[in-house]
Ligand binder design. Structure first.
Ligand code: SDX
Length: 386
């Protein structure tokens, strides 16, 4: 019997030492490398933030220019990857397409220089650059079109929206999405980042690291919640129906997507910023009826569950923003993934700097020395196993 206390979901158990980000869940504070998220959302860009996360400090003018240049000219993906994506079923979820495509990058690029800073940089640039292209490519392909290639004179986020819709987006739309990417870039040891770290600790290639993290992010308890929030709002349908719908959820003790967090016991600071971004979009492009339902949901949930520390999390308002930007609902989580690649890569690099393979223990609860029963003496009623 182990002497360590078992904590389901590893709640409160430190699994690493990290200087990448910090969350104070009681005060609603999030910092990347010590800088408040509010400051980064207002003053930085996604790519500058990615640099900060991965290399530990804000880049100088020349460093940022060089980094943006490298990312810009690495956006294209091999035709074999595009052709592979053409074989995916159109009805497949874009997160599955992204996981498969991210893993496929490993077929093209070597894994043998994990101790070489130039290799780390090239892999980080490649992943940051190509993941948005692959998300947009699957969207085009499933509509029956050829993927739209990147346009070199467009910045990172503008280019992503361009590849998605085949037209250069409105400036405010691109700016708002860029801030969304900054807000989603990193969040300490969440499930997908832990997945990335465990995979990284085996010294496998960075494409496998990102692919495993994408698979983990996809679940509805994690990044997949943003998609389900919109489905919930659609099911509710009207402001008047919010309270009865939620009362039924409380009664059935079902989880309301976009609310609650392992660490935050107040409103997620990212949700506050996202809400303001949504309002900016509504002001320019027209108010969204879904927003009124969302506001009422937040009000009722705060009233009923606020005393238990359940408030809106990052996934609650992000969907409203993405929807207003015209992004299809099942691309919400891939957009989250585009951003979180920065955090996964930062943790990959940090993990390699002081690596030890993750190999925790368990508390065994099964039998010992159990007899092997010959097949003819085993239970035969098939229904017992169904
Ligand atoms: C993200 O970890 C990160 O940092 C993640 C993330 C990131 O940036 O990487 O912030 C991104 O994943 C945001 C979370 C998205 N998921 C959802 O919105 C799904 C809905 N929320 C939950 O299922 C839940 O709050 C979690 C998964 C986010 C947190 O799970 P915990 O910490 O394991 O909490 P729990 O499920 O054990 O809940 C504790 C209590 C329970 O009640 P009791 O059994 O104690 O009576 O709170 C209740 C839960 O029923 N509760 C909720 C609820 N969330 C928790 N009740 C209703 N609705 C909810 N959403």
């Amino acid at each position: 019997m182990s002497t360590c206390e078992y904590k389901p979901g590893l709640e409160g158990v430190p699994v690493t030492q990290s200087s990448i980000s910090y969350v104070d869940g009681k005060q609603g504070i999030l910092e990347y490398r010590g800088i408040r998220i509010e400051d980064l959302a207002e003053k930085s860009s996604f790519l500058e933030t990615a640099y900060l996360l991965i290399w530990g400090e804000l880049p100088g003018v020349a460093e940022l220019e060089a980094f943006e240049h490298e990312v810009r000219y690495n956006r294209r993906v091999k035709f074999r990857i595009r052709d592979m994506m053409k074989c995916f079923p159109e009805s497949g979820h874009p997160m599955d397409a992204l996981q498969a495509s991210a893993a496929a990058l490993g077929l093209f690029y070597s894994r043998r220089a994990l101790e070489d800073p130039a290799y780390i940089r090239a892999a980080a640039v490649r992943l940051l650059a190509k993941i948005p292209t692959m998300v947009a490519a699957f969207q085009s392909i499933r509509k029956g079109n050829d993927p739209v290639g990147p346009q070199d004179d467009l910045d990172y986020t503008t280019n992503f929206l361009y590849m998605l819709n085949e037209r250069v987006p409105d400036e405010l739309a691109a700016h708002v999405l860029d801030v969304c990417l900054t807000l989603h870039a990193e969040h300490t040891i969440n499930a997908s980042t832990f997945s990335a770290m465990v995979t990284a600790s085996t010294l496998t290639d960075p494409y496998a690291v990102v692919a495993s993290a994408v698979g983990t992010l996809a679940g509805p308890l994690h990044g997949g919640a943003n998609e389900e929030v919109i489905q919930t709002i659609e099911e509710i349908g009207s402001v008047e129906n919010v309270r009865p719908y939620l009362e039924d959820c409380f009664e059935r003790k079902s989880k309301i997507m976009g609310f609650g967090h392992r660490v935050y016991k107040v409103k997620d600071p990212r949700a506050t910023i996202l809400q303001k971004l949504a309002e900016q979009l509504f002001e320019k492009f027209g108010r969204d009826e879904y927003y009124d339902i969302a506001l009422e949901m937040e009000r009722v949930i705060e009233e009923r569950l606020g005393s238990r520390g359940i408030f809106a999390n990052v996934d609650f308002y992000s969907g409203l923003v993405y929807r207003k930007l015209g992004i299809p609902v099942d691309l919400f989580t891939p957009v989250f993934a585009i951003a979180r690649v920065a955090g996964w890569l930062a943790h990959w690099k940090e993990q390699l700097e002081a690596n030890r393979i993750f190999r925790p223990t368990q508390i065994y609860t099964g039998p010992h020395d159990f007899p092997y029963t010959p097949i003819e003496q085993r239970r035969t009623n098939a229904s017992e196993y169904s």
